[in-house]
Write a protein that binds this ligand. Structure first.
Ligand SMILES: Cc1cc2nc3c(=O)[nH]c(=O)nc-3n(C[C@H](O)[C@H](O)[C@H](O)COP(=O)(O)OP(=O)(O)OC[C@H]3O[C@@H](n4cnc5c(N)ncnc54)[C@H](O)[C@@H]3O)c2cc1C
Ligand SMILES: NC(=O)c1ccc[n+]([C@@H]2O[C@H](COP(=O)([O-])OP(=O)(O)OC[C@H]3O[C@@H](n4cnc5c(N)ncnc54)[C@H](OP(=O)(O)O)[C@@H]3O)[C@@H](O)[C@H]2O)c1
Length: 253
């Protein structure tokens, strides 16, 4: 298990490097087929096998189609991998580069590399979900002008499960900041007992549907926990917007 993450919400490049490391460490490369798309799957009762049609790019750039079989088919195709553009008049006529957050394809090895020439550019971000919040805050000091088009409103909630940090790492549980682990903390988390306890506590708090401050239980409509959380989040938004009360009022917080 990796114990020297730089921050609680680790940067993408660090997550990617961890995944590559796992693939190398356990020699998983030969078992992973990249750029293979499953186009159909049929279960044959008589042989007890799945017959799977797949495509993969050939040397000429065309797609090769072939069949493979499997005893067990495990689908992990995600719920967000089929993205689509919103239906906005004129979108197809827009002459500048455009990118969907689920298909960032500017070609650099990091997003920072992709945006290094954007200092004089006007950038428009459509939407106000998690993607837009991450993109706007990341780009705001790297581009000429940044416009965020929002048709509704959004909630930003205080970080949760921070109590585990304060219990196990003696950190301030009330801060809004992403945690950057100190060298001493990384060293402490390298201790198998503390590292395991820390990881398990985070997992339990994230996945537990019935107790305490969890990530999922607050989404159950009209439960006492959801009502209390809503009030807590409202107060958080008001605190965040204390210098812009007109925005808070307009959004109905
Ligand atoms: C822009 C964006 C940012 C996000 N940021 C965060 C974040 O910061 N933190 C967080 O916790 N969550 C984030 N999420 C959500 C998170 O990415 C997903 O919840 C998570 O990736 C789901 O994992 P998964 O393995 O189920 O599916 P995916 O990660 O979507 O993986 C599915 C894979 O299956 C492949 N696939 C699909 N169909 C086929 C097929 N027919 N044949 C072969 N392969 C196929 C896809 O190409 C893909 O590689 C983000 C999502 C998006 C879109
Ligand atoms: N850090 C993270 O954990 C993280 C980061 C990114 C994404 N994700 C996950 O990925 C999923 C997708 O998130 P997302 O932010 O990409 O998508 P999203 O939550 O669906 O947000 C899309 C945003 O675009 C707006 N929008 C759509 N069409 C529009 C239009 N024509 N004009 C103006 N605004 C328009 C929507 O407005 P309306 O609200 O009015 O429809 C919404 O604000 C979520 O499950 C999210 O949790 C997670």
């Amino acid at each position: 298990m990796q114990t020297d993450w730089s921050r609680f919400y680790s940067p993408g490049a660090e997550v990617q490097s961890y995944l590559k490391d796992v693939v190398e460490r356990y020699r998983l490369g030969p078992y992973i087929k990249l750029r293979h798309e499953m186009t159909s799957a049929r279960y044959d009762e008589s042989t007890g096998k799945w017959h799977i049609r797949l495509t993969r790019p050939s040397d000429t750039g065309d797609l090769d189609e072939f069949e493979d079989t499997a005893d067990l088919l495990f689908l992990g195709i995600g719920t967000l991998s089929r993205w689509s553009w919103p239906d906005i008049d004129g979108l197809e006529e827009f002459k500048g580069p455009r990118v969907h957050s689920a298909n960032w394809n500017f070609g650099g090895s990091t997003w920072e590399e992709d945006v290094q020439d954007w200092k004089d550019k006007n950038i428009a971000v459509i939407g106000l979900g998690s993607s837009a919040l991450q993109i706007v805050s990341a780009l705001q000091d790297k581009v000429g002008r940044l416009y965020n088009f929002a048709r509704g409103r959004t909630w930003i909630i205080p970080p949760f499960i921070t109590d585990i940090f304060s219990d196990l790492l003696s950190r301030d549980a009330t801060t809004d900041e992403n945690y950057t682990f100190t060298d001493e903390e990384k060293k402490a988390l390298n201790d198998p007992e503390l590292g395991e306890r820390f990881r398990r506590s985070l997992e339990e708090a994230m996945n537990d549907l019935s107790h305490g401050q969890t990530s999922h239980a607050i989404t159950l409509r009209d439960t006492p926990l959801q009502r209390a959380s809503r009030e807590q989040f409202r107060e958080h938004m008001l605190r965040k917007l204390k210098d812009k009360p007109e925005v808070a009022e307009k959004c109905g917080f």
